[in-house]
Design a protein around this ligand. Sequence first.
Ligand code: AMP
Ligand code: ZN
Length: 469
Amino acid sequence: MIKLYNSLAREKQIFEPIDPHHVRVYACGPTVYNYAHIGNARMAVVFDLLVRVLREIYPEVTYASNITDIDDKIMEAACETGDKIENITRKYEKIYNDDMASLGVLAPDVQPRATDHIPEMIRLMERLIARGHAYAAEGHVLFHVPSDPSYGALSGRSRDEQIAGARVDVAPFKKDPADFVLWKPSTGDQPGWDSPWGYGRPGWHIECSAMAEKHLGLPFDIHGGGADLKFPHHENEIAQSCCAHGHETRPEEFARYWVHNGFLTVEGEKMSKSLGNFKTAHELLERHKGEVLRLCLLSAHYRQPLDWSEALLEQNRKALDKFYDPLLRSEKFATVHVPEKDWKIYPPVFDALCDDLNTPLAISKMHELSKQSWRTDLSDDEIYDTKALLLGTGKLLGILQAKNKEDWFEARVTRSGEISRDDIDALVAKRQEAKKAKDFATADAIRKDLDEKGIVIEDTPQGPQWKWK
Ligand code: AMP
Ligand code: ZN
């Protein structure tokens, strides 16, 4: 049994799947025109973990997460770089998927691209027009918000707030200021498709309604995304999908449970491209192992803000060192082979995850398990069982994947190559010698070389000390 906080009901509820044989989950994926920052990655890691937990309980789980590959921001990126839209979107889609894989995110079962679903979007818009929920005007198609009696059910926004929050300017052809765009005209070399309303392209919200319906069927179980998507994006998805199918008064007929993750912050402020306070997952992966970044992202409860800092990275690297210690450095443990079929999940960790994905509690239970492994009185059977639990629980959390001591403790795996702690110590010693010999050119060259590898040397009264940047 799993409990989830359902944003639509505004309470924690026992999750009851529509079909216990097959659970269906959708989470809004990235717009691919640039590197994702580590805040964007929080959603991917959180929903990956949720899906892993669901898979332990239910025989079949389908997880769909889309790629938005048509959007004004992508068009701007194409203008700025002079590159073709398709080149940009394919490039960043691949980088996103590679980076998420480094964070231990398993590929979604379906990763639909918006541009492959234009006919489905057109059909949905036709249904909305036929049912009096949308209208065409000057090459646009707009959803008529006052036609939807349930509009605002998810976000709880009043009508005034809805109007203030509607991103688009109040165009003269809008019947109501809260109406939002489903389709807009494309001109000149803007990308577009033929439609009953002329050459144009879809708005963002209609994409997800069309793709979720096609790949999961309606209603489906869980819809997720970042908390900022509640309004307008998710509110609009509900409006489109429910009104197109005659469920005007039943928002739960699109998705039953709405799960939203909180923001990653930096010194209390939301990490965002516009504030410039972001670090991309890609650049962090050059200096830190994916497992460390993953554990950082899971260290706070998914609904709470999580402040990103050097201290957070250090704390989670140390936590992983502790979890790996018995597995890779204890003679007793390292020599016992436990085949994957015997791996088991430590029940207190699983129980914590089943309670609305309580990862801070799950991680503290993982520490408890790892401590048990240091008991000196463990029998051979107990060693076997403890190792089976560490490996099985690690697999569920998406950590403890390194196979040997060298991979974890000695090597620092970076995109620019591998450098071990011993290599670094040797270079630092060489620099000291060069300094003593007043060969400052060599000393500086070594410092520069290490700096490029992400290592800084600090000269202290106790001698030089190095650390990862
Ligand atoms: P954006 O690039 O702002 O459109 O965001 C893309 C996705 O990342 C959306 O699902 C947002 O909810 C999510 N997101 C953006 N910034 C953050 C953040 N600081 N923390 C967590 N999620 C974020
Ligand atoms: Zn969406």
